[in-house]
Design a protein around this ligand. Structure first.
Ligand code: HEC
Length: 209
């Protein structure tokens, strides 16, 4: 009788341990599915999840998302996520010292416009709007652009200027760039025509001397 009770107890403990191990495996597996490259082909939904993760930790929002300012400081404007430098918004007067090497590089308050020896640049609209964003871009165009640092990935295309860190973003694997592209294409399209970059000589005309 005593033996039987003990045996049942041990069995109970064992079952409990197995359930525990199993539960911790499931949560770990779930976490991994969100962040690690998979050997199997990802579904569309999985690509979107992974792309969102990569865009978040890859800091794309820092420069590409308009911001809101409130009592707690700066936050992302969730309704215009990744839609680039807001069309029609004004930037402070350019300090011409920043247009020469050796000066300070400047950012607008929302980090969507930057001034440096390359002139003035405005972060691109990465939402799938077909005329002002990347809605008409194929996955191949997107990957080529990031890997070559040339607009639309074309050989004669204009170079993509700082502070866009394309050399580093371009180090992502093919699968990861595919995930980033799939996530960006899943965003609500925002119509926002970002101004073209201003070369240093022209920017100097707008400058505070
Ligand atoms: C430090 C700021 C910064 C960060 C971080 C950044 N970008 Fe950019 N990005 C820019 C700017 C500014 C431009 C526009 C450059 C130009 O006009 O030459 C740009 C341009 C681009 C373009 C080119 C669009 C075109 O029309 O050719 C793509 C694509 C892009 N960024 C994707 C990304 C992705 C994806 C991430 C995150 C993994 C990212 N960027 C992170 C600032 C940034």
């Amino acid at each position: 009788m005593k033996k039987k009770l003990m045996l049942t107890g041990i069995m109970g403990l064992l079952v409990g341990a197995i359930v525990l191990v199993d539960a911790s495996c499931t949560t770990q597996a779930e976490k991994k599915a969100d962040v690690l490259p998979q050997s199997k082909e990802l579904t569309h939904g999985e690509l979107v999840t992974r792309g969102k993760y990569l865009v978040t930790v890859g800091l794309c929002n820092d420069c590409h998302s308009p911001k809101k300012f409130g009592p707690h400081g700066m936050s992302l404007d969730e309704e215009r996520l990744l839609s680039g430098h807001p069309e029609g918004s004004t930037i402070p007067t350019v300090d011409s010292k920043s247009l020469k090497p050796g000066g300070w590089v400047l950012f607008s308050g929302d980090l969507t416009a930057a001034v440096g020896p390359w002139g003035v640049t405005y972060s691109a609209n990465l939402t799938p709007d077909s005329t002002t964003g990347i809605g008409a871009w194929s996955e191949e165009t997107f990957v080529k652009t990031i890997r070559t640092g040339k607009h639309l990935g074309q050989e004669g295309g204009r170079p993509i200027l700082p502070p866009m860190p394309w050399e580093f973003v371009g180090k992502m694997t093919d699968e990861d760039l595919k995930a980033v592209y799939t996530y960006l294409q899943s965003l609500p399209p925002v119509k926002n025509r970002v101004p073209a970059p201003v070369p240093p000589a022209e920017a100097a005309k707008l400058a505070k001397l």
